[in-house]
Design a binder for this molecule. Structure first.
Ligand code: 2DT
Length: 226
């Protein structure tokens, strides 16, 4: 007798600029998937609970300084630590939602500049350590203009929560979307995060349903940037 093969879970990454409501939406989405009877779990990066995550947390809270390359590699290592578990969830048929991923990794590091305004780390250099990680089936990008982000009541006190940095990060996300578009491997869905929480939730749900359908059509799990 043949055991029917369960199709793998979908891998959905949520990205966006600060203040876009990403964390709220990832909670709502997980609830909705489970309510619809779809096996699902969520992850978030940085995962501040692991050994690398603790150093990352100290760095973000500015209680520890690190070389820009060293912290970039730690953020990447923080994802690689979870790569096997992530793949296992997907192969077992569980849909995985991930709040930030390698896209944030590259967008933030590649937005660092020196005193003259020159980039410190190139996009290519930043992408390299994450190459080969499981690739998402879709990237849901919660888009918010700089003006709308500012209206939401200012940024917090962590290292990257500064206006000029956020503007550069938004551009780097655009560069990364263009790279995925050119390769045709990972679909990005842009969602207007200035809408109400319910509207954003519904737009995300539509995007996720489409992604799950595509995965059921036996779309193979890809590898990041290769
Ligand atoms: P949260 O506020 O979502 O905890 O993010 N970051 C994130 C990086 O610089 N590199 C990465 O690889 C990742 C995943 C984005 C904390 C900050 O860390 C930044 C915001």
């Amino acid at each position: 007798t043949e055991v029917p093969k369960i199709s793998r879970g979908a891998f959905v990454v949520l990205e966006g600029v600060d203040r876009c409501g990403k964390t709220t939406q990832s909670g709502l989405l997980l609830k909705r998937l489970l309510a619809a009877g779809i096996a699902a779990c969520s992850m978030r990066f940085p995962d501040r609970t692991t050994a690398t995550g603790k150093i990352i947390d100290q760095y973000l809270q500015s209680s520890q300084n690190l070389d820009d390359r060293a912290i970039h590699l730690l953020f990447s290592a923080n994802r690689w630590e979870s790569a096997d578990a992530l793949t296992a969830h997907l192969q077992a048929g569980t849909t995985v939602l991930c709040d930030r991923y390698a896209y944030s990794g590259v967008a933030f590091s590649a937005s660092k500049i020196d005193k003259k305004g020159n980039s410190l780390l190139s996009l290519d250099w930043c992408q390299a350590p994450d190459q080969g990680l499981p690739a998402p089936d879709c990237v849901i990008f919660l888009d918010l203009s700089q003006a709308e982000a500012e209206q939401r009541g200012g940024y917090g006190g962590e290292r990257y929560e500064k206006k000029e940095m956020q503007i550069r990060v938004r551009h780097r996300f655009g560069d990364l979307e263009a790279i995925d578009k050119a390769s045709g491997r990972v679909a990005w869905k842009f969602i207007d995060a200035a809408q109400s929480v319910e509207q954003v939730e519904n737009d995300i749900w539509k995007a996720v349903e489409e992604t799950i359908q595509a995965v059921k059509g036996s779309k193979a799990l890809g590898k990041m940037w290769q």
